[in-house]
Design a binder for this molecule. Sequence first.
Ligand SMILES: C[S@@+](CC[C@H](N)C(=O)[O-])C[C@H]1O[C@@H](n2cnc3c(N)ncnc32)[C@H](O)[C@@H]1O
Length: 277
Amino acid sequence: MDQIYLEYTFKVAPIAQGNEILIAELGYAGFESFVENEEGVVAYIQKGEWKPEILEDIQILESDLFEITFDFKEIEQQNWNAEWEKNFHPIEVDGLCTVRAPFHEKPTTKYDIVIEPKMSFGTGHHETTHMMIQFLLKNDLKDKKVLDMGCGTGVLAILAEKEGAIDLDAIDIDNWCYLNSLENVERNNCKHIKVLEGDASLLEGNKYDVIIANINRNILLADIPTYVNCLNEGGTLLLSGFYKDDIPQIQERCEEFSLKFIENLEKNHWVAVKFLN
Ligand SMILES: C[S@@+](CC[C@H](N)C(=O)[O-])C[C@H]1O[C@@H](n2cnc3c(N)ncnc32)[C@H](O)[C@@H]1O
């Protein structure tokens, strides 16, 4: 696929925590690939996804705790596979689930998920994916009907099928994620996942026992009413993609629709929240 990209080079001080927060925020703003170096981060975004105000919501750039400068230029296509192979290490969650690439050794954990992410979000490295995996590992998914909204690489739907879910929809608005999820579903021999390209408007008339959505605060606030409409009585809603400070707003929205807050997980200021219908 021949695409033109913009390459942003950020110099970050102090680098350790700054890089981590910056990458997380850029990921949510639409940047697709990151290479860390000794000065900071180089981040890539497709020209078609770019808009002049792309950095407007990147809160760390306004923070007094970090000094961040940047530069950007247009570039020819990269060898993305080589980049991620260099940077992608297997991830193990709670000793039960490994997310790895095809070229890594087979693990001994109960669940083994093989992902070739290329540029999609969802390798288990991000806090939000990690916590959603933790939630899925703690929940009984046997014979459940599951929706994975904003599926990225498809990693969460794939785990849900491996845990026994029998009927799954995995939806992403982004064409690249849709195609990548299709590939990963096949790579993991999943037979019950239907991958769709689109958004919450595809959900009308569907019913699920478990809905997983790791997207971002604003999309979740807008789409929670649709999710609730699709949730069976007694069903579970697992949300992530936002910070601890956003919990009250998300909780209030869910409670408007009579969902009950059960618990939240937290990792580096990111959270994942569980509600019951
Ligand atoms: C943070 S990633 C999560 C990926 C994966 N589920 C995970 O947990 O690692 C969010 C995904 O949501 C998708 N997305 C953004 N807005 C969306 C929307 N309105 N409806 C469906 N998917 C959306 C993005 O393309 C992206 O792949």
